[in-house]
Structure formats: C-alpha cells, structure tokens
Ligand binder design. Structure first.
Ligand SMILES: Cc1ncc(COP(=O)(O)O)c(C=O)c1O
Length: 381
C-alpha cells in the first residue's frame, strides 16, 4: 500500500474551533486562508438569474476564458490565447493537472520549505518526488535561482509560489527572471501558483509568464475574488501542452461548476468591491505587524501579499500543534500550526491568517496580548 499523505493539521484546529463555538465560546478564525467576505454582489445577482434560467450542464464558458486571457494582457502585458486556458474547480485540481500532465512517476520536483501543504502531498499522491529546499529568513522564505542552479541532478520541475503561503512573500521581478533563466538552461519545467495575485501590499506581483512563456500557471477565484466555495480556478498551459492537460481535466474532473463560471465572469469586473477587501487586509496586516513584536513574535518576514504572517515561536515551543491547540482553548483564537507547511522546522512556527474582518483582528489581538505575555514570562530564557 502507498504511504499515507500527511494530514492538514489546520483542519483539526478548525474542527476544535467549531466544537468550542458549538459550546457557546466566541472563536476568531485565523486558521484558514479564506476571505470572510462572500462573492461580489453582482456575481451573486448573476448566479440568481442563472439558477432560474439555465439547466446547467457540463460546460466551459468561452466568455470567461476570453476575459481571463484579456486579464493577462491588461495586468501583465502578455498575450494568452483563450485555448491555452482550462477552467477548473479551483487551483487544487489545476495543480494536479499541471503536475500530472508534465511529469512521469519518479520525477523530482523542487519546492520551497516552508510551502503550501498540498504541494508536497499532491506530489506524493502522483508518485512524484518532492525536493524540498529549506528557505529561511535570509531568502524571505522563497526559492532563488541560486537554489535551483545548485541542485544536482537538476529536478524535472519546480513549483514557484509568489506571493507564497504561508509567508506572503513575493519573489521580485529580477529573481523571477533569474529563476526562469536557470530553468530554461537546465530543462526544469516551471509550475507557478499565482493564487494570491491581486492581494499585494507592495505593488502588483509579476506573473512567471512574463519571464517563462512555457511555464504552467495555476490560479483561482478563491482568494482575491473571494469565491472559495464556488470552486473555480484555471490552469494556463503553453499552446503545445494544453491538450495534455485538457485530457486530465476531462477524465478526472470533467468541468468546473457552470454556476460559478457565470458568476466568475461578472466577478472579474467587480474591481471596486474587491479592492475594498484588499484595503481591509492591508489594515489587518499593519495591525498585526505593529502588535506582534510586543507579543515577543519579532522573527517574522513582513508579508508582501496574500493574508498570512509566518511567525517563529521557537522561543516558546517545539510543538506548534499543541501550542495552537492550547492557544485556541485558552483564547478562542484559531491559528495554523507550522508543521502543515514545514515538516522539518515547522514545529517552531505558526501562521496567522488575517483574512478576517478588522474588528475580529482587533479582538484577537486583545486576547493574544495577555496570553503571549504569560507564555513569554514562563518561557525558558
Ligand atoms: C498556495 C495555494 N495554492 C492553492 C490553494 C488551493 O486553492 P483553491 O481553493 O483554489 O483550490 C491554496 C489554498 O489555500 C493555496 O494557499
């Protein structure tokens, strides 16, 4: 039997959070990266219309593919043909298809550690071999061209994520260009997860497509568009590869939900409402950045984007799961343990998601201050 995949520990934290809530406790959810806002109002209105008028069969929206292709021209200045796009049920199946259609069993695929838990597990599920590269604060927890140049033998592929989960850090344009150049030289296929594009506090994130036209790009409506439960995303593949990926889509997933595709098309033009969410995250980010050092959490890389803060709690614990469970039980603040994102060093890290409302973040901080003060007092010096 194949080895089990690692569990997503934040799910266990979330389950406990909802149990406490059912007992009447007040809980603030900072464990998952999901917007607390719903889909844009106009997208919801469109969905209501469709429910009343459309039988909703298997379907891939040509209009949505055209709109996404236009987004690449407008946002990144790159030309994308609608046929290069496959609409998916979120970034998760897009990642499965990108990996399954690009690599054969046993191929090695590089990725940053810490990184999104599903990268490692999806690679394992597909009989691919994760090559985790330890990335520390000196690299702002991101892969570099130098890392990829030093790997012997060269891996078949690399997963790049900018802004990243769990750190929110962005890879600068010149480093993206350098990564693209090393990958071109060494024949490394790039899979770029751009799910947090649009959520950036230091200027827009650049697409890997600008530097590596043969990269596969994964994206989703879950984050910027605030449509997690609608399960909609896309995979963008080079023209000579897309038929391979499409065969996986047809066999494994068929199509993305039609209702979501209709709503997603409208959501793409709801910029004012969506930028309003980004302003809330910007405020929340600053609140946490201002407050965390006073809690003793000074070893953090300020996130350039996404809605996470990755904090080193090594002075307080070497068991991030128990630490987050205790924090939740004592304060009602749910967070994610670092072991989800880094199986080696994650026992001494935790991740805060600041996708909640500003009032909730303020309340969370009120509860965290005395709790961390007490821990700091008890911690060995
Ligand atoms: C980096 C990253 N990629 C992919 C996903 C999966 O997102 P989706 O909801 O689009 O499947 C997530 C979810 O949190 C994520 O953080």
């Amino acid at each position: 039997m194949r080895p089990d995949l690692d569990p997503f520990h934040a799910i266990a934290i979330s389950r406990l959070a909802y149990e406490l809530q059912a007992e009447g406790r007040s809980v603030i959810h900072m464990e998952f990266g999901q917007p607390s806002t719903g889909a844009p109002a106009a997208a919801i209105a469109r969905a209501h219309e469709i429910l009343d008028s459309d039988p909703m069969g298997y379907w891939e929206s040509p209009a949505l593919k055209e709109r996404i292709a236009r987004h690449y021209a407008e946002q990144y200045g790159v030309t994308v043909e609608p046929e290069q796009l496959i609409l998916t049920c979120g970034a998760s199946p897009a990642l499965v298809m990108a990996l399954a259609s690009s690599f054969k069993a046993g191929d090695r695929v590089a990725l940053a550690r810490p990184g999104y838990v599903a990268y490692r597990n999806t690679l394992k599920a597909l009989n691919l071999v994760p090559v985790e590269i330890a990335c520390g604060p000196e690299d702002r927890y991101q892969l570099t061209a130098a890392h990829l140049a030093a790997l012997e033998p060269a891996p078949a592929g690399v997963i790049v994520a900018s802004p990243a989960n769990p750190t929110g850090t962005i890879i600068e344009a010149d480093e993206l260009a350098a990564i693209a150049a090393v990958c071109r030289e060494r024949g490394i296929r790039i899979i770029s997860d751009e799910i947090y594009h649009g959520l950036s506090y230091v200027g827009p994130a650049r697409s890997m497509l600008e530097f590596a036209p043969d990269a596969l790009i994964v994206n989703s409506f879950s984050k910027y568009f605030s449509m997690v439960g609608w399960r909609l995303g896309w995979l963008l593949s080079p023209a000579d590869h897309v038929h391979r990926a499409r065969a996986y889509m047809g066999n494994l997933f068929l199509t993305a939900p039609s209702l979501s595709q209709h709503a997603g098309l409208v959501a793409m033009d709801c910029r004012d409402e969506l930028e309003g969410h980004v302003e809330v995250y910007r405020t929340n980010r600053q609140l946490l950045l201002d407050a965390l050092p006073a809690l003793g959490l000074a070893r953090i890389a300020p996130p350039d984007g996404a809605f996470y803060i990755w904090a080193d709690i090594g002075h307080l614990t070497d068991d991030s799961m128990s630490f987050c469970q205790q924090l939740l039980r004592d304060t009602g603040v749910a967070t994610a343990p670092g072991i989800d994102f880094d199986p080696v060093d994650g026992h001494r890290f935790m991740r805060f998601s600041f996708a909640a409302s500003t009032a909730q973040i303020e309340e969370a901080l009120k509860r965290l201050v005395p709790w961390f003060a007490e821990r700091g007092r008890l911690a060995p010096t």
